[in-house]
Ligand binder design. Structure first.
Ligand code: IRM
Length: 311
């Protein structure tokens, strides 16, 4: 399965995007990490300013976003030019960082600098999928945006030198791609993934710009097989500091936010306790508000967290 079914060298059209997303929480609950490799950095103000003016090569806005949770916390998200991007089916280099798929594991070699205070984030993260899935799901009615949960069940081994951190735990890996900016087709979405002994439950609830909605509820087995199940009833968790709601779906209609991992005016990522597939689970949850993302006031704040480098 070298490089397949999610080869790094697939074309990304003008104003479009592709990202590869990996997240993990440590087995002891003390640490967490999210790594997102972007071609067309969807939440970069620099890319938004550019694609609002018309055609733009998404490679001109590529980025490796690394967020560390627990102690120490770190945030790196440098938007880079096309000259920083090098890729083939099994390798994706973005500036000094890179991803390599060797047929069994995904190795991310991180060499980034945090913002707003510049500090190094350096080391390797290895993702070992339990199995691979090749099913892709369309998120909008027109088929402009797709999601593929490549390895919903995986393990991660984190070995960083800056900051010095070593841990392992259950992990998740997916890819999304699209041929238009997200804010043109979605109003909000919420997503969560809940690893359990026999299966991982993944929920993806999208409210589209045209007023329609889609609710996906997937059970991913240890062999990678994906089955859909009836989405459980809506559940509201406490809002964030930025007053974003935290909707999800859970059996019994209740779930609880335990820790906020990313708290932005338009986006939150949280650790939650929920109930799915008849079991209690700790899950990673996100809520995205693309109407807030369109706000010009937000654009004045984002560069503090998303610097751009021309090198
Ligand atoms: C001296 C001067 C100039 C000024 C005066 C000083 C002064 C007062 C300055 C004040 C500055 C302030 C207040 C700045 C505030 C800045 C803030 C709050 C920035 C927030 C940034 C948040 C970001 C960037 C979030 C990125 C999220 C991201 C990347 C999420 C990605 C999620 C994905 C891709 C979905 C995955 C889906 C699936 C799992 C299905 O794959």
């Amino acid at each position: 399965m070298t490089g397949r079914p999610w080869a790094f060298d697939r074309p990304v059209p003008s104003r479009g995007y592709r990202w590869w997303y990996l997240d993990a929480l440590s087995a002891d609950g003390a640490h967490g990490i999210t790594i997102i490799a972007f071609i067309g950095t969807v939440f970069s103000p620099w890319y938004a300013w550019a694609h609002r003016r018309g055609a733009v090569d998404p490679a001109e806005h590529c980025c490796l976003n690394v967020a560390l949770y627990g102690r120490p916390r770190r945030w790196a998200m440098t938007d880079r030019r096309a000259s920083a991007l090098h890729r083939d089916p099994a390798n994706l280099a973005i500036g000094p960082s890179r991803l390599n798929w060797d047929g069994e594991a995904l190795t991310v070699t991180i060499e980034e600098v945090t913002a707003p205070l510049p500090r190094r984030v350096s080391g390797t993260v290895r993702l070992l999928p339990e199995a691979l899935s090749d099913r892709a799901f369309t998120l909008d009615a027109a088929g402009r945006h797709r999601w593929q949960p490549i390895a919903a069940r995986a393990r991660v081994e984190v070995a960083l030198t800056h900051p010095a951190l070593r841990w392992s735990g259950p992990a998740y890996f997916d890819t999304n791609d699209g041929i238009a900016p997200l804010e043109e087709d979605f109003a909000t979405w919420d997503w969560c993934r809940a690893p359990m002994p026999e299966a991982t439950a993944v929920l993806y609830n999208a409210r589209r710009a045209d007023g329609s909605a889609q609710s996906l509820a997937l059970r991913v087995r240890g062999d990678g097989r994906i089955e859909e199940f009836e989405p459980p009833p809506p559940a509201e968790m406490a809002p964030t500091l930025w007053r974003l709601p935290r909707p999800t779906r859970a059996e019994g209609g209740t779930a609880r936010a335990v820790r906020t991992l990313v708290d932005a005016p338009f986006y939150s990522r949280s650790e939650i306790r929920t109930r799915l597939l008849g079991q209690e689970a700790t899950a990673v949850h996100e809520y995205l508000d693309l109407r807030r993302f369109r706000s010009p006031a937000l654009y004045a704040m984002l560069p503090f967290r998303v610097p751009r480098t021309l090198r």
